[in-house]
Write a protein that binds this ligand. Structure first.
Ligand code: SF4
Ligand code: SF4
Ligand code: SF4
Length: 280
């Protein structure tokens, strides 16, 4: 990635920070989006600067943003930033917290930066990416399972579940949402880790279970930022497919929807390609 692209990236976050700060008159948004933009920019810079740093650059970004969101926003500030938190604030008619987070990172943002959230900021993947099965395609015999329907069931269940809490007038709903956030994360981590070991695939949870992908894939399909493929440089060595954590055969899908809906922009493929055939 060019230095100018990193500066543009930071500028986009800064514009969002300033706009929300002015519109909502809350300095938190200035701090929040400046911090996230800075972490991303520093990480992307490290990724480019030297191979000894680039190996850990994405982990740095994931931990810096993921821990901030999980520990500071979720646990200390008691904001439920998971999908049920999004429904909760939406039903309350409040344009803050999870609603803004979902709009920026998971609904509108993907039209610009695809599933970059999944590659760099998600606090679930921050842990899953530390497990041993980073590259499920190593032997080229890895097959995607047909479990993707689970995400739609969970997506609808989360919507109905939060709707029922409102209909039943459950008291202390904000406290209930906080405990749902804690319980939801424990379940996500447990299921994610078990699946990663069972299917030998760190990202199995992302591929089959995560309900957030229902939102993410819509914008990501039309994302401006995508991995680009220069066919004339390619020697069909398949190295890029072998290292892809999301099973994207980029050489045959650079123009197809899979390049948007599945790719998490981790750039492992571009790093692996010795022929400069892949780039952002
Ligand atoms: S698919 Fe879900 S769990 Fe995986 S990185 Fe994206 S948001 Fe996180
Ligand atoms: S790693 Fe590069 S050269 Fe090899 S198949 Fe992929 S794009 Fe082509
Ligand atoms: S296609 Fe490349 S950038 Fe996209 S997920 Fe696969 S390895 Fe990462």
């Amino acid at each position: 990635m060019k230095k100018s692209s990193i500066i543009i990236f930071f500028a986009v976050f800064e514009i969002i920070a300033i706009l929300l700060f002015i519109t909502l008159n809350d300095i938190f948004y200035l701090f929040n989006f400046t911090y996230i933009g800075a972490c991303l920019s520093i990480g992307l810079y490290l990724y480019n600067v030297d191979s000894k740093y680039s190996k850990y650059a994405r982990n740095f970004i994931q931990l810096a943003i993921g821990l901030y969101m999980l520990v500071y926003l979720g646990i200390i500030s008691r904001e439920n930033m998971m999908i049920e938190g999004f429904w909760y604030y939406l039903f309350l008619g409040v344009f803050e917290a999870a609603v803004i987070h979902y709009l920026v990172a998971k609904i509108l943002g993907p039209f610009l930066f695809g599933r970059g959230w999944c590659g760099y900021a998600c606090w679930t993947a921050m842990i899953l990416d530390l497990l041993p099965y980073k590259t499920p395609n190593k032997n080229l015999d890895h097959e995607r399972k047909n479990f993707g329907f689970i995400r739609y069931i969970l997506f609808i269940a989360s919507l109905i579940g939060v709707g029922l809490l409102f209909m039943m007038n459950v008291p202390n709903l904000s406290t209930v949402m906080f405990y749902l956030f804690i319980a939801g994360n424990i379940v996500y981590y447990t299921v994610g880790i078990i699946l990663a070991y069972a299917l030998k695939d760190n990202r199995a949870f992302c591929k089959y279970i995560c309900p957030t992908t229902v939102f993410l894939k819509i914008g990501a399909r039309y994302s401006l930022l995508k991995v680009k493929y220069k066919r004339e440089n390619c020697i069909s060595c398949n190295k890029c497919y072998r290292v892809c954590p999301m099973d994207v055969d980029i050489c045959n899908n650079d123009k197809n929807k899979k390049n948007g809906t599945e790719c998490i922009l981790c750039l492992s493929c571009a790093k692996e390609c010795g022929n400069d055939a892949l780039f952002l």
